[in-house]
Design a binder for this molecule. Sequence first.
Ligand code: FES
Length: 137
Amino acid sequence: MDRSPFYIDPDIRRAKTIATSFYTGADYLEQSKERIFAPSWQYIGHTGMAPEPGSYHPVTLLSPYIGEPLLLSRDKAGVLHCLSNVCTHRGNLLAWAPGKSSQLRCTYHGRIFQLDGTFTFMPEFEGVEDFPRNAIT
Ligand code: FES
């Protein structure tokens, strides 16, 4: 039977206070990211942060504990998306502030993404065979 601090006994009569080390130990924080936060829903914002087609709003998931850069965007059809705000090339942030545009251009090497997350262009790569591959888009 799992007796780690993450174990929740279904019988409330056996409830115990979590040890202080759970709240102060860096290892428990790292485990909590995977065992508590990753498999559950987290609030990052509301639909009004990307109110109309072409609008986008960068957010950071549970900053500073998780710190995952995300992007709320509304594509040209008006569909709301929650995307990674990290360029697939070398990891540069795609959007640094809320804005409105038909696409996002990475300021590092110029990759272009649509607001639904679709990769559409990489400078100097015109005509390269098998590019972009699904694994890197
Ligand atoms: S890091 Fe974005 S295009 Fe290179």
